[in-house]
Design a protein around this ligand. Structure first.
Ligand SMILES: [Zn+2]
Ligand SMILES: [Zn+2]
Length: 79
């Protein structure tokens, strides 16, 4: 069973462009993405988690698909 949290905290540092954590545990929202923020938290889209979200402009947060970090980490090591 995969249990998903209903809401996730938004990264306050990222909003002020101060977050440079490679693996931040808070949500980084892109400007104009249309995701609804309530009390500095976003609601997780359960449809997207199942790969079935068909909303064109979804107000819920879509959790990014986790990619194998190997190549990504190499690129980030040499800025
Ligand atoms: Zn962050
Ligand atoms: Zn969605």
């Amino acid at each position: 069973m995969c249990y998903l949290l209903d809401t996730l905290p938004v990264c306050q540092d990222f909003n002020r462009q101060l977050c440079n954590r490679l693996t931040c545990k808070f949500v980084h929202l892109q400007e104009g993405c249309g995701v609804e923020v309530r009390e500095m938290r976003v609601t997780v889209c359960r449809d997207a988690a199942r790969g079935q979200c068909s909303r064109r402009q979804c107000k819920f947060y879509h959790i990014p698909i986790a990619l194998p970090p190997a190549s990504h980490m190499q690129t980030c090591a040499n800025p």
